[in-house]
Design a protein around this ligand. Sequence first.
Ligand code: NAD
Length: 293
Amino acid sequence: MFSKIGFIGLGRMGHPMARNLTKARFEVVGFDMSEAARHSFAQAGGQVGQTVADVAGNADLLITMLPTGKIVRQALLEEPGFAAALRPGTLVIDMSSSAPTDTTSLAGTLNRQGVTLLDAPVSGGVAKAVDGTLAILVGGEEAEVERVRPVLTAMGASIIHTGKTGSAHCMKALNNYVSAAGLVAVSEALHVGTQFGLNPETIVEALNASTGRNNTTERKALPFMVSQAFNSGFAMNLMAKDIGIAADLAADLDLQVAELALMARMWREASEALGPEADHTAMHQFLADTIRR
Ligand code: NAD
């Protein structure tokens, strides 16, 4: 059992995930580079570490929930350098959606100081992070996955062991590619159907009753896209990053994957056009502007 958990990255996902660990009676010391995120975590009753030693010095488990694998590496090995404070035998779980190549490289570096890295990215968005019902993919040796299972169970409803370290990050990127392709297809159907004269609510109802049903038709189309609220809590630049990871993986494997390459380009262009604050559901707005001949 883990007595003390350091948790780095208290953003949209990390904050509720760390809170759920506290509710499950783990002792959690949180950290975020953003003053606002630290303040919000403390306001919610969380314990915030001020120094590297506070967060990592006594931890037997360190969790990262940061935007990218490059930032995870930087926070652990460079600035502020949490890994230097970790004792041999400590486990690190990167729950961010990182690139698997970054993960295997970081695992090698940490391994040389006796620290084991597991990857455990999540799916389900902010609502499931709050409820503690995330889907969690986990990569690592069986024995270590079993050791961390009670910790993951405090944040997720399903825990899927995907294989060795890095495999969960590979699977997460592939999942987000499939999810993003589904969102684009739904958005295109909405734009074409409404131009024809169909009602958007009818389009979504028909898709949900038919074989076109997917996560976007069920959970995103009406509340975030048709409504133009565009506030699902998952940033477009993070989605574009994930599909880029999947496309890079395919290229590294010397595979030509036509729709994946198209999705990587579309999401990168949309993210560049709409800026860093855009929600990923704003792809619907981007397509409204680009779909007309
Ligand atoms: P976010 O931007 O809301 O949170 C990231 C947090 O990391 C921020 O609070 C930021 O201040 C902090 N941070 C950045 N660099 C740091 C550093 N060097 N040291 C300490 N803190 C630092 O992002 P999020 O939506 O919580 O996503 C986190 C990860 O989870 C990403 O990899 C994302 O792709 C993935 N993810 C997000 C969702 C979602 O619905 N939002 C769902 C599944 C997976």
